[in-house]
Design a protein around this ligand. Structure first.
Ligand code: SAM
Length: 221
């Protein structure tokens, strides 16, 4: 209310950091964060799509690295690159990593900005994964979110985007939405019509009309 011109992303960060600073904690970010299923989920889905240790992998919306340690451990040094909205989240992520893992694998962490996206594209990532992020993006910021992911893709790249899927856009909580898969495929087509967009299930079945799905974006080599 007191910052009507501030971007939505700043509001999101403020809400999450207020919970963490007040001691209330947050289920996905900071010291009280816990995986919904298991800590290896990012690594497991990337392996299913052919991840090799030398592949440069972007974790887009990495938060405080709740699901990153097994992936960082698998990749060669310097091949994990986490990006998120706020330095505060990345600092909590650094604190979450063991000193040994950080020293051995030198993960790169950056606050999302146009120059970071362009630098990542120039480094030719093989994979981009965005897990439990899409649901946090409101409709009027959706093209910017998908646009950044697509902008990092060069021929041969694959992006995996988790989202809660519903028949129609539906608010889940104050800061989360489920959406139809057509919203993803349309946004991808607007960003780059050469990208093929397919879908698969993260887990089988649905709860209250919502499936846990992910989009698989590929740009032919
Ligand atoms: C629920 S957390 C998930 C973090 C991490 N991917 C995980 O699964 O532990 C959602 C994350 O998405 C980030 N996020 C929200 N909106 C975003 C946007 N428009 N672009 C990139 N990241 C965003 C948030 O800052 C937050 O770190």
């Amino acid at each position: 209310m007191s910052h009507p011109a501030a971007p939505y992303e700043q509001y999101y960060v403020h809400r999450v950091m207020s919970k963490i600073r007040s001691g209330q904690g947050h289920p996905a970010i900071g010291p009280t964060a816990r995986p919904l299923r298991n800590e290896s989920e990012l690594l497991e889905f990337l392996l299913k799509h052919g991840l090799q240790p030398g592949d440069l992998t972007i974790d887009y919306g990495c938060g405080s690295l709740r699901l990153a340690p097994p992936l960082i451990g698998f990749l060669e040094p310097g091949r994990y690159w986490g990006m998120d909205l706020a330095q505060d989240f990345l600092d909590l992520g650094r604190a979450h990593l063991s000193a040994e893992l950080a020293q051995a694998k030198r993960p790169r962490l950056d606050v999302i900005a146009d120059d970071v996206i362009q630098r990542a594209r120039a480094a030719v990532p093989r994979f981009i994964i965005s897990w439990h992020v899409c649901s946090k993006v409101p409709e009027n910021r959706f093209d910017a979110y998908i646009g950044n992911i697509v902008a990092m893709m060069t021929p041969g790249a694959t992006a995996l985007v988790h989202f809660p899927e519903a028949a129609e856009m539906r608010k889940q909580t104050g800061l989360a939405w489920a959406r139809p898969r057509s919203q993803l495929s349309s946004a991808v087509a607007r960003a780059n019509p050469n990208i093929v967009c397919k879908f698969d299930a993260v887990v089988p079945g649905e709860v209250n009309g919502i499936r846990q799905s992910y989009a698989i974006l590929t740009l032919a080599a």
